[in-house]
Write a protein that binds this ligand. Structure first.
Ligand code: NAI
Length: 261
């Protein structure tokens, strides 16, 4: 049965040409949202939009003026944006801080933190006067557990905190702002790291209570819920979708999560 949560309303997803953003665009389109796929990768955004009956816009979230211009253009052409997923992000290769060039650090902050902020700002300044809207920011399990990703993990901690800060800012204007924190999802960048032997898929799965990684479509379902009216009293939270990695990721000292019985 097709769910009609979107009722033709407009949702914009950044970083929606691939991975988690693409899976979310697919789910929202299925649920009758009118979807805008905003990504710096124009050919992949166009291809995804054509397949989903969505609109593609080329957008680099590090350019704050471009973000404002895209929101203006989309609203002029399609109407008010009612849901936003601020998802565009870069995954950092593991590196010792002494070996992580500062310009690489700055690049990750520019996309994962500043890019999310300017996306939320563009959404909030339009939605708040209308008194309606919802945002989901893509956090990470690394927001709440220290890992040796010295640029990436702090940006994600900040993003999760930002969702709560902005929820307080705009709650009385009728906006809801939440974070979703994915566990390990074999999207193209993580799969590439696995294929190169930089990450071990078995270990990524093993740390989670459920002994597996997470599908992008499983993240999408959580985002779809938080953007929908079913989540009408939920704001300022971080919802992990991690197959239980946060619960048991540190059980290794006790022999790891229990084997099936
Ligand atoms: P992905 O690489 O498949 O998708 C990211 C998309 O963002 C790409 O289409 C890329 O072109 C776009 N993008 C990158 N920089 C951009 C920019 N400056 N402006 C506009 N678009 C830009 O990666 P994935 O895994 O789907 O990542 C999506 C989000 O999920 C990221 O925020 C990532 O940090 C987060 N995440 C991913 C996890 C995983 O295991 N894959 C785990 C936790 C969080």
């Amino acid at each position: 049965m097709t769910r009609d949560e979107g009722r033709g309303r407009l949702a914009l997803v950044t970083g929606a040409a691939s991975g988690i953003g693409l899976a979310t665009a697919e789910l929202l389109a299925e649920r009758n949202w009118q979807v805008v796929i905003a990504d710096r990768d124009a050919p992949r955004a166009e291809a995804a939009a054509a397949r989903l009956g969505a609109r593609a816009v080329t957008l680099d979230v590090t350019d704050a003026d471009a973000v404002e211009a895209v929101f203006d253009k989309v609203e002029q052409e399609l109407g008010p944006i009612e849901a936003v997923m601020a998802n565009a992000g870069l995954i950092q290769p593991g590196a010792r801080p002494e070996e992580l060039p500062l310009d690489e650090f700055d690049r990750i902050v520019a996309v994962n933190l500043r890019g999310v902020y300017v996306t939320c700002l563009a959404a909030g300044r339009r939605m708040a006067p209308r008194g309606r809207g919802a945002m989901v920011l893509t956090g990470s399990i690394t927001a709440s557990r220290a890992v040796p990703l010295h640029a990436y993990a702090p940006t994600k901690a900040a993003v999760v905190h930002m969702a709560a800060c902005l929820a307080g800012e705009w709650g009385r204007s009728g906006l809801r702002v939440n974070a979703v924190s994915p566990g390990f999802v074999a999207t193209p960048p993580l799969q590439a790291a696995i294929d190169k032997g930089l990450r071990d898929a078995a270990k990524l799965a093993d740390g989670a209570a459920m002994g597996r990684m997470v599908e992008a479509s499983e993240i999408a379902k959580a985002v779809g819920f938080l953007l929908s009216d079913d989540a009408s009293a939920i704001t300022g939270i971080d919802l992990p979708v991690d197959a239980g990695w946060l619960a048991t990721g540190h059980w290794a000292t006790y022999g790891g999560p229990r084997a099936p019985r």
